[in-house]
Unconditional design. Sequence first.
Length: 178
Amino acid sequence: MNNTVFSFFYNLAHQSQILDSVIVFFAVYFPFVVVFGAGIFLFRFFSWNPQTPEFFKKYKEFLPLFFSSVLAYCLAYILKILFHISRPILALPDIQPLLTKTSFSFPSEHATFFMALAFSIFFLHKKAGYIFMFFAFLIGLARIVAGVHFPIDILGGFILGIVVAFVARDTSPTCVKI
């Protein structure tokens, strides 16, 4: 089933130069846009002003959010080394990915990081969290279409990111809880 779903999405690649460029944008460059957007959102949400007494309280709320995304990324990196799951280019014949990746594939570090970020933002602001979840989904889907991840890699990354965000939220005494 994993290969079937991969083939369905991968067949969208190599149809036109414009579509391939859009896929590469969402797989490679859009993550930088999302991180920048998250930074702007968090800066505005927390209204960072070191002269106010609320600054240190808000700073303590920000740490679990930042920590969960970085921790999720690090865990995904460690799991990649432990599982040694090959990328589609090595596992399937006739795959010509739009991107060149040589590391192992499971779980996707991109999917893990951006889903952890999205859920951490969701715990602070539901509407913004849904937007960032959509962004994480777009990035994950683009990486499947680009031929660098199987769907199970993305799904595993999403699950790991969600779990880490929930654990970081529940273990932080200062984080806003919904």
